[in-house]
Design a protein around this ligand. Structure first.
Ligand SMILES: *Cc1c(COP(=O)(O)O)cnc(C)c1O
Length: 357
């Protein structure tokens, strides 16, 4: 038998979540964000399953070329643009649409007219303070972009810092600064990530850029994926490989952080930080054994975790264990691990087979 750790992928759930984007942002075109190997799900599988979307968005030319080599035809947007002139030289050949966020990128295009793509996005920093042209520098950047040879379409993009909190005033300020910085220029616009799609309808613009919601995790603080109508795409699964009876006072695993409060059954499941299960998952992180919650105890090892099976005295070797996904929201597990759903999904290791239904 092979090691039971696997990531089950649900194509129907992925398409369902895309439909939800369409329903929530009915006037907008959709740029499906598939960077970081499709948030860990496998970029090829995600792109094939989302065929029919208006565009894909990735973080690097390498990811874009991988999509082209798998026969993915829609426009591909490079969210960080290109990194140097050799990168830029690939734009036209592969039909890539860069986001231009820095003077140096404009200079590269001005210096290599053959590389200039047909389309680009100008990134505007409206308050995220990471990348993008400051509002006062946007008119100058637009003039330079419009003068590039062969350029046919220029869009304006910004990114939200706090859109996950629907009570945070910054998002409305960012929307207002974005509109003001365009000063009436008739450009296509793109502002909304997943949180924008679900929490800020006034941000939809011409193109929305959903990532995490496509994969079925909630992008909004205090709102579960389920109540938002999202379905988990990945279910990370494994099985029990041992069930042991431990004595009161026994210390479990590295460092002996957990001591059994009484005689009790302890389960061992074949998953660990070598698979991308978070080492920082705290005692009590929920795990499903046979669909029922069983708390994590002890430290997460590279290949194994230990579980308190007191509520499941009949659990046996071979029983299914779910780390997140169907029946156990990844958002909830992320909270127990002091991180966010994005990181858990992206970190599922290459050694975990992806099994698509
Ligand atoms: C990653 C990313 C997105 C998608 O964000 P989600 O929160 O996953 O929806 C959208 N826009 C940009 C610029 C990004 O980098």
């Amino acid at each position: 038998m092979s090691r039971p750790a696997r990531a089950l992928l649900n194509a129907e759930a992925l398409r369902h979540n895309l439909e939800l984007v369409r329903r929530r942002a009915p006037g907008a075109r959709i740029m499906a964000v598939v960077k970081a190997n499709g948030y860990g799900h496998g970029i090829d599988w995600v792109a094939r399953t989302l065929a029919g979307v208006d565009a894909f968005a990735v973080a690097s030319v390498e990811e874009a070329i991988q999509l082209r080599e798998s026969g993915i035809a829609p426009p591909i947007v490079l969210l960080e643009g290109f990194f140097d002139a050799s990168d830029a030289a690939l734009l036209r050949r592969h039909g890539l649409v860069p986001v231009v966020h820095h003077d140096l990128q404009l200079a590269i295009l001005e210096g290599s007219p053959d590389a200039v793509p047909e389309q680009l996005w100008i990134k505007i920093d409206t308050g995220m303070h990471r990348v993008g042209f400051a509002p006062q520098d946007v008119p100058g950047a637009l003039v330079r972009a419009q003068r590039l040879p062969a350029i046919q379409k220029i869009g304006a993009m910004t990114h939200f810092a706090n859109a996950d909190d629907v009570n945070d005033a910054l998002t409305s300020e960012q929307i207002a600064r974005f509109r003001a910085s365009l000063d009436g220029a008739a450009l296509e616009t793109s502002l909304a990530n997943s949180a924008g799609v679900l929490g800020w309808p006034e941000s939809h613009g011409d193109w929305v850029r959903p990532g995490i919601m496509l994969y079925g995790a909630s992008p909004l603080m205090g709102r579960s994926a389920d109540e938002l109508g999202l379905r988990p795409v990945m279910t990370l699964q494994t099985a029990l490989i041992a069930v042991q009876r431990r004595r009161q006072g026994d210390a479990i695993g590295y460092g002996g952080d957990y001591r059994c409060p009484e005689d009790m059954p302890v389960g061992v499941a074949a998953i660990g930080y070598g698979d991308g299960y978070p080492r920082h998952a705290s005692q009590g992180t929920p795990v499903l054994v046979n669909g029922q919650r069983a708390p994590l105890i002890g430290r997460v090892s590279m290949d194994m975790i230990t579980l308190d099976l007191r509520a499941q005295p009949n659990a046996r070797v071979g029983d299914p264990v779910t780390l997140w996904g169907e029946g156990l929201p990844v958002n909830e597990v992320a909270q127990f691990a002091g991180t966010i759903s994005y990181e858990l999904l992206c970190h599922v290791a290459g050694r975990v087979p992806r099994v698509a239904n």
